[in-house]
Design a protein around this ligand. Structure first.
Ligand code: BGC
Length: 743
């Protein structure tokens, strides 16, 4: 059996290597035939001028340019038929090099999945991989080869609108999610059916923009960069990510696009990355505006030297790389290397063998309203919902949620109850049949209760204006009901690129409406849809139950109903800390202790005099129906040796009525270090499902790999000493045991 496995492995790797060798020969022979202009053209990416995702540079007759082999790849072209038409033009060019079609497919294509941040709240890696896989299947059927995702930027600042696109604040969770998404997009590997190239972005540290202002500068130590911001990129690379995108921000004064430390030293040097790097939208030309390049020629020069291979929308490489090579300022080998990388990807994708492989209208049609995909979207949407509060009602002593399916009058109130496309959130696609396909909350609840409960409705107000004329009707409707379910939120377009906000309350008069409804004395469930953690303390105080629904996509209404009525026991856990006010930002769980930590002394502790020191809701927090009890962790040794594996066990008991998924989280704290270490660092987690009355023992294994960090000399080391090992259902609800490791 072992011999068989060995032979099988050798055959596969031999086959893989031979394929690579033959691709590399084919690439070399093609490069040998190319003129300087043809080479530069391969590095030139333009957007469809009619559906751009950034400021457009006039391109002229791009159809003619494709025919003349002057464009290497395109962005924002969608559809089997359209991509076929353009590919046919590329096939008329002298060297017949196929185009690559790229697209921002951030959380689903035809089927919209929850926002990436929302999906991160599921902590369910397999489900996230499946949602990425489905996005790849649907997008590749519409001609797309290259997804500009996953976005793996760690961010600790909910003012930044792009937090919606990432996996939140934690490096460990973010790294696992990055890998899962890459695997989902690329499937069985480039060239296999429905495999699309992932593009890991934005390299690097874009999520740390000062003040949470999009596009802003980033200033941080290299130690912080390596420890907190780079690991998700490395994890994506290790999962096989075909391409990387650099970013808009400058890092310590050098724009990421022109940053050789990032792209040459770390990415291609230390990490030995062989794939392709693309600039962000016009980020090469923007180095002039940054004040880092004097003109477009200088910008092209600096970008190619720093390691940016493909120029998205700056029109700088196409115009100036041939000039720079002719003038001897850029060695032709450097240009060839970049061209080799893009051609290799085109070969690996199988486009030289069949340039039209993703251009089948029949295949595309099969993906419209794919029932299996919609079922998966409903499943992960339900898992993404986070229950933040669920009080017991004084008369019944029972928690407000789940709602009874029958026998009561439910008032569904709020501007999002009947919303359709709003549920999709930013970076999603609107299709012509969306009004039928997207399940509103109203439709989801109606389908859940059928005609066993009476549903009442009032809109109450709009999402973002000062009109309170609907309040009276809302209160009137509420007064007739047994329970009020209110659906409020941001506008869909309030999070996403260029959507930083300085005030994170519910916009418009929604908070006033919540107050008016609370004053009716009826039990009130508040549900909030948003692309980021909002400031929800007031809403929590007014309501008996608070449910965070983010933006959940096509199946939003069904998924919310699944949680409201208990078909799905809520299992989402926050991937970002929820602050009490904007003034606490940046607020994150894995901070340093300081010399005067919060809580040690009533006066002299770090914090604000006008606020409690804790967040409103901590990282990892989320409730479910029923009660879960954790034991104290038990370790296999209190003095493990350097090479020992430490086993940590905890027992989790569940008292409830329906199965419950619990995310058991393990954190460590290195108590003393040559540089100070965070008060907590997530190192492991496991999801278990518990049946009513069940108790399970969950085991973790830790080795010294889990204790490592970057010391002041940027060496990745662990240091012997005392470590707290903490396990619990959230970062602020842990029990602890201390071990002395390696001493
Ligand atoms: C964004 C990228 C995106 C690109 C193409 C840029 O503005 O920062 O994330 O992939 O546009 O749409």
């Amino acid at each position: 059996m072992r011999l068989f496995a060995f032979i099988f492995f050798c055959t596969i790797s031999f086959y893989g290597n031979t394929q690579q060798v033959s691709i590399s020969r084919r690439v070399d022979s093609l490069i040998a035939k190319m003129t300087l202009d043809e080479k530069a053209a391969q590095l030139h990416q333009i957007s469809n001028p009619f559906s751009a995702t950034g400021p457009i540079t006039p391109v002229g007759d791009y159809l003619q340019q494709i025919k003349e082999g002057k464009i290497g790849s395109m962005l924002n072209i969608v559809g089997a038929e359209r991509t076929r038409q353009l590919q046919e033009l590329a096939m008329q060019s002298r060297l017949k090099i196929p185009l690559l079609f790229a697209q921002d497919v951030i959380h689903g294509f035809r089927t919209t999945f929850p926002l990436p941040l929302a999906e991160a709240a599921s902590w369910d890696l397999a489900a996230m991989e499946r949602s990425a896989r489905i996005a790849a299947i649907e997008a590749s059927a519409s001609g797309i080869h290259w997804m500009f995702a996953p976005m793996v930027d760690i961010s600790r600042d909910p003012r930044w609108g792009r937090v919606m696109e990432g996996a939140g604040e934690d490096t460990y969770l973010g790294s696992l999610i990055a890998a899962a998404r890459v695997k989902g997009f690329q499937g069985a590997g480039l060239g296999t059916p429905a495999s699309v190239m992932a593009c890991v972005k934005h390299f690097a540290a874009y999520g740390a923009a000062v003040g949470g202002r999009d596009y802003n500068s980033v200033d941080m130590s290299e130690r912080q960069l390596r420890e907190t911001y780079l690991p998700p990129f490395k994890a994506a690379l290790d999962a096989g990510a075909a391409t990387f995108m650099n970013s808009f921000n400058d890092l310590n004064g050098v724009p990421a696009t022109g940053n050789a430390l990032l792209q040459r030293t770390i990415l291609r040097g230390e990490w030995a990355y062989k794939g392709l790097v693309i600039s962000d939208w016009s980020s090469i030309a923007e180095m002039i505006t940054h004040g880092y390049a004097s003109d477009t020629l200088d910008a092209a020069h600096k970008a190619i030297l720093a390691g940016s291979d493909v120029d998205m929308e700056s029109h700088a490489y196409y115009r100036y790389l041939p000039v720079l090579v002719r003038e001897g300022k850029v060695p032709e080998k450097l240009l060839d290397d970049a061209v080799r990388r893009i051609l290799t990807k085109k070969f690996e994708m199988g486009l030289f063998d069949n340039p039209f492989k993703y251009c089948s209208v029949a295949e595309e049609n099969k993906q419209w309203n794919n029932k299996a995909h919609l079922a998966e979207a409903r499943n992960i949407a339900a898992k993404s919902i986070v229950l933040l509060k669920n009080d017991s009602l004084p008369d019944t002593q029972k928690a407000v949620l789940p709602l009874k399916v029958s026998g009561q009058k439910i008032a569904l109130i709020g501007p999002l109850v009947k919303a359709k496309s709003e549920n999709l959130g930013f970076w999603s696609f609107d299709w012509p049949d969306d009004s039928i396909r997207i399940v509103s909350l109203w439709e989801g609840v109606k389908a859940a209760v059928k005609d066993t409960a009476q549903l009442l409705y009032a809109k109450g107000c709009n999402l973002n204006d000062a009109d309170t004329t609907g309040f009276a009707e809302a209160v009137h409707v509420a007064m007739q009901a047994d329970i009020i379910v209110l659906s409020a939120g941001e506008l869909r377009g309030m999070s996403g690129e260029a959507k930083s906000r300085s005030v994170l309350n519910l916009p418009g008069v929604q908070e006033q409406l919540i107050k008016r409804l609370a004053a009716t004395g009826k039990p009130l469930v508040v549900m909030i849809s948003a692309g980021r953690p909002l400031i929800v303390g007031n809403n929590a105080a007014q309501s008996q139950a608070l449910v965070y629904t983010w933006w959940l996509g096509t199946e939003a209404g069904n998924a919310i109903a699944d949680v409201l009525f208990g078909k799905h026991n809520p299992s989402g856990r926050l991937p970002m800390t929820f602050p009490r006010t904007e003034g606490q930002i940046p607020l994150y769980y894995n901070h340093y202790n300081t010399g005067r930590p919060a809580g040690n002394d009533p006066y002299y502790g770090t914090g604000y005099i006008d606020l409690p020191k804790s967040p409103l809701y901590a990282f990892g927090y989320g409730l479910g129906y029923g009660a879960v009890t954790y034991s104290k962790p038990v370790v296999s040794s209190v003095a493990p040796k350097g090479n020992e594996t430490l086993e940590v066990k905890v027992s989790v008991a569940y008292d409830g009525n329906s199965p419950r998924t619990e995310t058991v989280q393990l954190y460590i704290r290195d108590k003393t270090g040559s540089v100070v270490r965070p008060v907590k660092e997530l190192k492991k987690f496991q999801q278990i499902t518990l049946l009513p009355g069940e108790q399970k023992v969950v085991g973790f294994k830790l080795t010294t790999e889990d204790l490592k960090f970057y010391n002041n000399d940027l060496q990745y080391v662990w240091e012997p000493g005392a470590f707290d090992i903490m396990v619990g259902p959230a970062s602020d609800k842990v029990q602890m045991v201390t071990v002395n490791w390696g001493r």
